[in-house]
Every structure is written in C-alpha cells, then in structure tokens.
Design a protein around this ligand. Structure first.
Ligand code: GLA
Length: 778
C-alpha cells in the first residue's frame, strides 16, 4: 500500500514500512525503512533526522530556504554530487553546458498499476507502483524514482529512470538503481564471493567508517561477487534482529557501494557498474536502470531469506513454473563428457529411469565438430557420427522409454574453429585490428547485433520445433574481453549485450512456454534474478562434491529459493575435488533443490545403488517441500556442522538435514530442532536409515571376526558384498512445541567404540535426513 499525505510518502507491506518526505528545499528526505509502524497524522517529525544546526565546513544546500541544511548530513532518497553531499551518489551526469552539476528537486508523483521496463526484466504482479518525479528545471533533465510494492513478500523493488528533456545531449556516466540511507546501528555486511567450482562463499565483515564495494566487471553478474548482499545489525542472528537484504534483477556488470560516514550515516546503493559505462541521451530519450530488490525483516537472517524466497518464486520466475514440480534429471556430462554415441546415451537413460530419473539431458558435444572444447560452438548441425538418427531419433527413444528429453546449448559462445565463425567472423566480440583473447578456446557472440540475436533465436527455435524437446540447459562459458562497439558509444557495449541477451531469452521462453529452461554459466557464473526472470532454475556449480556443495548451496539459499537451485548427485571421488563423500550425503544435499544425477549407474557400488533407490523414493514423496517449502537454516553452534530445514506450507511436514564436515571425537550432544511446526500438533519423527559398508570400519572389522582378516583383502571384499552395518534407527512421537523449542536430543555419535543401532556413525562429510510428519490417529 502506498499513501501520500501532506508531503509524506508511506509505503507499507505486510510487515515493513518505508517512509520519506519532501523537504521545503525540494529535496526528498528519507525517514524510515524497517518494521511496520504507524504515523500520527502523517507527522514524520518523531522519525526524521534533525538538522538544527549546520556542522562546521558544511556546504549549505539552499541558504535562502534553510540555512542549516547540508545534503551531507541528512538521509536522502536521491542525492547528487556538487551540491554539498560528498558521499557516493547513484547518478552521475554530464553535458556541455553544466558539466557535472545538476540539481534535482521534487516535481510530482504518481501511484499507478506497475508498468514493465522496456527490454529489462520487471518483477510481475506488484500490488502497485509509486513514481516520484524530480526535475532539474534549468538543465531540463528528469529523474524518476520508481517503487514497486510487493506486500505479501515484504519487498520493494526500486529503480531510477533518467529522462533528457533538454536540447543538449546528456551523457550518463553512472546510473545505479537506488540509494538507501540509514542511520548506523553497528551493522555487518555479508557478501557472496567465489569463482569457478567455488561459488557463493559467505564473507562477513563489520561495517566501519569507510566504503565497501562489491562488483563485477566480467560482463556478467559473475561468481566473483553475486549481486546479492545483506546488511544486518551485528546482534541479529538467524531468527531475530534487523536484517536488510538486497539484490538486483540484472545479469551484467554490477556495483554495490556501502559507505559509512564519520557522522554515522550509512549509504547503500547498487546497480549497473559504471566501469566503462557511458550512455548518450538525446532529446526525449530515457535511460531505465534495472530493478533492485530491497527487503527487511526483524526476524533475523531466516526472516529476510524467506522474504527473498517468496518474492523470487511469486514475482520473478515465470508464473507457470511457480509451484510446478521439477523433474528428476539424468545429465550425461559428468558421465560421458564428449565421448558418447546414441546407444550409450539410451542405455544411460534406461538405467537412470530405474533410479527414478524422469528427464534425460544431453549435454555438450552433440553438434558440429564438437568432440572437445576446441571446436564447433556456433554451429547447430547434429553430429551424425554420434547421433545417426539425429536429435529427433534420440528424443523419440528417450520418450519411448517414458522419459522427457532435454538438450544443452551454448548459444552465446563461438569457437574460431566453427563454420559459423568462418562465415561470420564479425559476429564475435573482438576489437578491430587486434587478435581477441580466447577463454575455453572460444569467443562470445556479439549480442548487441540484432542479426546475431536473430541467428540464435532462429537456430534454437528450429531445433526445439523439430525434435521433441522438453528442457533446455542454456550454458555460457566465458567472461567478456576485447569489447567492441558499433553504432553506439563503447561505454554502451556491456549493457547492450545484456539487453540483447534478454531479447533472445524473452522471445524463446514466450515462444516455448512448455519448455523448462535452466540457466548455466560454467555453473554459477551468472546466478542472478535477471536470468531467473526467464529461466526458473540455474545450474548452481560445476562442483558436485558432497562437501563443497554444502557451502555453495548455503550461500545460494541466502538470496535464492530452493526451486531455483539445480543440484546433482555425481560419482565419488568427485571430479572437482577428488574427495570421497558418502552417497547419502550427496543425496541429502542435492535433495534441497531441483534434484538430478550425473553419473554411470553401472559404475556405482551395489550398496550405493540401494541407497539411491531408497533416497529417491524419499525425494519424490517430499519433492514439493524440497523445492517450494519454507527453508530455514538452524543454529548448529559450529562451523563444522550445518542444519537445514524445509517446511510444508501447512506446517504439517518437515525435513531436516544434518551435515557433518569433519568428524570430532566425542562430538557434542546434538538436537533435532525445527522452526515453524504447529506447537499443539503431535508429530511422528524418523530418520532415513543408512546402511554402511563394512570396509568403512577398516581394521576394526577384526572386532567382529573370529580370526584376523586383512581389511583390504579378498575376504573382506567378499564379505562386504553380503554384509553391511545397519545404520542407526530413530523413531518417536513428539509435539511440535518440543521440536520448536527444546528440540529432541538425538543419540550420540560413534566415537571409537559403542556401535549399536542407536549410535550415529557420522564420519567425515556424513549426514542424516529426518522426516517429520503430523501424526494421524487411526
Ligand atoms: C559447463 C557447464 C557444465 C557442462 C560443460 C559442458 O562447464 O557448467 O555443466 O555443461 O560446460 O561443456
């Protein structure tokens, strides 16, 4: 709900309020962003920061109207440089007459139905939109501040639009999407940083006087710093305290600046990175910045996370995929890489079906001369040596096997060794008269060119039309270098690439609404709300290791719901870490999201096959909750241990994962605790039992045998075929109030001795999954 009375604007969602007012000088002053409040007669005096005297050396904004007000010492809804505010400002403009000096005063406002941006994704189903118009009457430039309100998600999406109404061309040198000024409260900043096979690492730092920034200059949102970040009171924890979360609905270069001044004012702003950015606006042209997403919760990190999750599911991903169960995937990449033929793929699909897979995805290597990553990108002709019956033939066989068929594309990439490049060398991004730098032996297609966009749309469409394809994995495997430019300024290149990309994605997802698209960029190098506006899920990381995924997915969940997180079980040792992890842990991690496999089942040990069958049954039974339930991280009081919970909407079913990092001898007692169960409801609790291979016990096997055996010898190998150690069993009935408040004390971990059916043998990288169901009286 948006209300304007007197000079005060009040935005309320279910749980938060956002307040600002127009000052007598014409500046827009920010008053409040936090837990929902009421105002007496729209009087903001109790909330508003006082400026009863101008601090020494201050520049006074407009002495004739208010001889005490300096822009540097107030909270502003929009600020600009060269009029006394010496902090970072979201917009920097230039023209021939006024240089860098512009002065924006409030003009008017509009409350209306939300309108989508042109060429940029806009979150859908907003309750309403507020637009505040500011104007520099002398330069004839307008700045529009947009606020989309999402009441049930407790989110405000903001952007800034710059309109040049003057005769002189206007150069936009910086155009972020918003600024937010807050009074300091000993805040902490959490960012998500990383790289290939190691995305979304949470970095937490105290915000002290100074400036902090996260950015990407790779051309894409990137794994270096995800555009998501969080600012919380230092004392806030998982479940209580003030937490603000921020994200950007954009896939290109981004920048977030967080600046705390000596005077205790915190400025937060984010948007398109001004790095190599320069846009020219002629008369009557406008520049729209991407939407940014802001949320607040006083219910700690879990509260802010739930807001972001609900918002992304309900307002970002295409509506038809919200609540639509995602299929269990078998992807051939980690199994075969480029080495496959039709019959190998069909037999992999048949095996996978026995283990619950519903969708077979053919990954890289199906076209042109793509037998390795040196050649073929850019071409779309099927390699008949590998697939003699074409994609149509393979798709038919997969469908006949009762499965869906999906296909990998990397449409933005082009190998110099490809027919496409030989025919159109000018379609690749490269500078005139220079050799471009390669990455993974490839270049990127120049998506600023309409003919390149149309080539991609045409080729992908014709393949999707011909073969019966249910799913597309849209990959992109390099960062931008050697930027070029055409009929526009070089400073427009990065943004125009993203606009070109969005035009392609928008056209394809509208043309093929039944196709499930999954984004990918060497894993999570473009995991952002821009991509999610078209594709409802993203391949989270090329690292499928059963321990690394714990970190990667924990970071990802901070900003993105489980339905968007694609996670696969692969072989052990993992291809990225050469680390051995239990099959149950790989399963328990991949279940918290869109589950899939990436391995040869025939190469799995017998016991692992049994565990796959048991676990996939659990996943399928509770899939809706794993993909769309409410997610909580539970306090484990240790960096060596994590607890994740998902909860059904009716709060009657919940699943809790416990994940060990390194085994501790004499590990502390552990609780099975929960959030959000119905206090007065009786629940049945059980653990998913895990059998253990006797060889895991090494020479301790001798404690069970009448004579000494070699733990690595033939006898133990033979014995292991018939005998396993049954895992711990745990069943009980308990009220929700116990689980929510004290938690159940579960049985101790094995620690050198005491093996019985209650003791939990966790081991390094071990895990457990607990199922909690409302008890039904017979
Ligand atoms: C990228 C993707 C992988 C796989 C390969 C194929 O690395 O992230 O999942 O598709 O490309 O080349």
């Amino acid at each position: 709900m948006v209300k304007k009375e007197k000079d005060v604007f009040l935005i309320n969602t279910n749980d938060l309020s956002y307040v600002f007012h127009i000052d007598k000088t014409g500046l827009v002053i920010h008053d409040y962003f936090g837990k929902k409040i009421d105002l007496v007669d729209f009087d903001i005096k109790p909330l508003s920061l006082k400026h009863d005297f101008a601090k020494g050396t201050s520049v006074i904004y407009d002495e004739k109207i208010d001889n005490q007000l300096s822009m540097d010492h107030v909270l502003l809804e929009f600020s600009f440089p060269h009029k006394g505010d010496f902090r970072s400002t979201p917009v920097l403009l230039k023209n021939e007459k006024f240089g860098y000096v512009f002065d924006f005063k409030y003009r008017d406002f509009e409350i209306r139905e939300a309108k989508p941006l042109e060429g940029l994704p806009t979150p859908h189903d907003a309750n309403e939109e507020l637009v505040v118009f500011l104007e520099d009457k002398v330069a004839q430039v307008v700045v529009e501040l947009h606020y989309l309100v999402f009441e049930e998600a407790n989110v405000i999406a903001r952007n800034i639009v710059i309109v040049n109404n003057g005769e002189l061309p206007l150069t936009v040198l910086k155009a972020l999407s918003y600024q937010l000024d807050l009074v300091n409260k000993e805040f902490e900043l959490t960012t998500l940083s990383g790289g290939w096979v190691s995305e979304m690492n949470q970095q937490i730092q105290d915000i002290k006087e100074g400036k902090y920034s996260i950015e990407s200059k790779t051309g894409f949102s990137s794994a270096r710093f995800n555009p998501f970040f969080m600012i919380k009171e230092k004392r806030a924890n998982l479940d209580s305290g003030d937490v603000y979360s921020f994200n950007l609905i954009y896939s290109g270069n981004h920048l977030a600046e967080i600046e705390l001044t000596h005077y205790g004012l915190l400025r937060v702003e984010a948007g398109i990175n001004p790095f190599c950015f320069e846009y020219l606006l002629n008369k009557e042209e406008r520049f729209e910045t991407p939407y940014a997403v802001l949320t607040y919760s006083n219910k700690g990190i879990n509260g802010a996370r739930l807001n972001m999750h609900h918002f992304t599911n309900n307002h970002v991903i295409p509506s038809q995929w919200n609540g639509t169960l995602r299929p269990v995937v078998i992807n051939n990449w980690e199994a075969t890489a480029f080495k496959f033929k039709e019959n190998k793929l069909v037999s992999l699909a048949k095996d996978a079906k026995k283990f619950g897979a519903e969708l077979f995805v053919l990954d890289d290597g199906w076209f042109g001369q793509r037998n390795n990553d040196f050649a073929g990108l850019g071409d779309y002709n099927v390699n008949k040596k590998k697939l003699p019956h074409g994609l149509e033939g393979l798709s038919k066989k997969i469908h006949k096997n009762g499965m869906k068929f999906g296909l990998w594309f990397e449409p933005e990439g082009i190998n110099p060794d490809s027919d496409c490049y030989r025919a159109h060398p000018d379609w690749a991004i490269k500078c005139v008269e220079r050799e471009p730098s390669l990455s993974r032996h490839e270049l990127l297609m120049d998506l600023t060119k309409i003919e390149v966009q149309d080539y991609i749309i045409g080729n992908v469409s014709s393949i999707l039309e011909k073969a019966n394809i249910d799913y597309v994995k849209w990959d992109m495997n390099r960062n931008v270098s050697d930027i070029t430019f055409g009929n526009y300024l070089p400073g427009e290149f990065y943004h125009r690439y993203i606009l070109g990309l969005y035009r392609i994605l928008d056209t394809l997802v509208k043309k093929f609404p039944q196709v499930l698209f999954e984004g990918c960029a060497s894993g999570g190098n473009r995991f952002d709300l821009g991509v999610l506006s078209y594709f409802p899920q993203i391949w989270t990381s090329d690292d499928t290791d059963g321990h690394e995924r714990l970190t990667i997915q924990s970071g990802t969940y901070l900003g993105y719901p489980l339905s968007t997180v694609s996670a696969h079980v692969s072989c052990s040792p993992s291809q990225s870490m050469l680390r051995k992890t239990p099959i149950d842990t790989r399963f328990n991690l991949a279940m918290f999201g869109d589950f899939g496999y990436e391995l040869f089942f025939s190469e799995l040990p017998k016991l692992d096959k049994r565990r796959c069958l048991a676990n996939i049954a659990v996943y399928k039974k509770y899939r809706e909750i794993f993909q769309f339930g409410d997610f909580y991280e539970l306090d484990s009081h240790s960096d060596n241990f994590k607890k994740w919970q998902v909860l059904s909407k009716d709060r009657k079913t919940s699943l809790v994962g416990h994940f060990n990092v390194l085994q501790k001898s004499n590990a502390p007692e552990c609780h099975l605790d929960t959030k959000g169960l119905l206090d007065n409801q009786k629940y049945d609790v059980e653990v998913v039992k895990q059998e253990i291979d006797i060889r895991e016990f090494g020479s301790l096997i001798n404690a069970l045998t009448p004579f000494h055996v070699n733990p690595n010898g033939w006898l133990v190998r033979l014995l292991a075929k018939f005998k396993t150690i049954p895992g711990d069993d745990y069943k009980c009935q308990v009220y929700g109030s116990v689980l929510n408040n004290s938690g159940l004390v579960i049985h101790p971990e094995w620690s050198g001795n005491g093996l019985n059916d209650k003791v939990r043998v966790m081991r390094d990288f071990g895990s457990r999954l607990y199922i909690i169901n409302a008890h039904e009286e017979n």
